[in-house]
Write a protein that binds this ligand. Structure first.
Ligand SMILES: Cc1cc2nc3c(=O)[nH]c(=O)nc-3n(C[C@H](O)[C@H](O)[C@H](O)COP(=O)(O)O)c2cc1C
Length: 217
């Protein structure tokens, strides 16, 4: 293999400081303004998301933009049902706090995007996933994280909704039965950008220091 003729960019200290800001200000957003995204922006962000790594270069992510109001309503109702069940399953000391959390911006977000994984893509010829087929889903997660950062760099927020039954979502969105939902994303301009996770501000959970999760052998 020959070296590429494009020079590798210099990611300097200014860039690194900026990149850190991007990571700190990437938040899960549930409170959106309702104004739409500019034409073509979602496609541009998805092009960037497709730069994510994927097992065997399989690019198993499948994006479904949900514009149809009836389908959006059905997804919102599915969320409300699942969220009511989740509330009912909360321990007594958590239930009141859970009930106050806002866990999706499905009504306000101008853009809804479902991300599925194809569990058996021909692309990639199976490389890398024989012992760990779940790496296909991990690849789709990598695409979502890339999309999350790319969106935030444009001032756009993303909220990940997982309080849904995946097997119901295939029917609601008329996608192949074998695809598996990875995340349902609300996308739009944040009503109030913040650099602290909403669950921390709501006293549901705190972030833990690296020392809690770093092990040495
Ligand atoms: C796989 C996954 C699923 C999530 N599902 C939900 C969800 O259903 N509702 C919600 O409000 N937030 C959801 N989140 C967002 C997390 O609550 C959020 O990432 C976490 O509280 C940390 O906040 P931050 O993203 O602002 O750093 C999800 C995040 C991930 C990675």
């Amino acid at each position: 293999m020959t070296a590429p003729d494009r020079p590798c960019p210099d990611f300097d200290a200014d860039f690194r400081a900026h990149f850190r800001d991007l990571l700190v200000w990437r938040r899960d957003v549930r409170r959106f303004r309702t104004d739409p995204l500019p034409d073509g922006l979602l496609e541009r962000l998805l092009d960037l998301a497709c730069l994510a790594p994927s097992v065997g270069l399989s690019q198993p992510w499948r994006f479904v933009r949900v514009d149809d109001p009836a389908r959006r309503d059905a997804v919102r109702m599915e969320f409300e049902r699942c969220n009511a069940e989740a509330l009912a399953a909360q321990a007594q000391d958590r239930a009141r706090l859970y009930a106050r959390l806002k866990l999706a911006g499905l009504r306000e977000a101008p853009c809804h995007l479902a991300v599925f994984v194809d569990p058996d893509p021909t692309q990639g010829a199976g490389l890398g996933r024989r012992t760990m087929p779940e790496t296909l889903a991990y690849s789709a997660v990598a695409a979502i994280q890339t999309l999350w950062l790319a969106a935030r760099a444009e001032g756009i927020g993303l909220g990940w909704v997982s309080i849904l039954r995946p097997e119901v979502m295939n029917g609601l969105l008329a996608v192949p039965a074998e695809w598996r939902l990875v995340g349902y994303l609300c996308i739009g301009y944040p009503a109030e950008p913040d650099d602290v996770p909403e669950l921390e501000r709501a006293h549901w959970e705190q972030r833990h220091p690296l020392s809690d999760v770093l092990f040495q052998r």
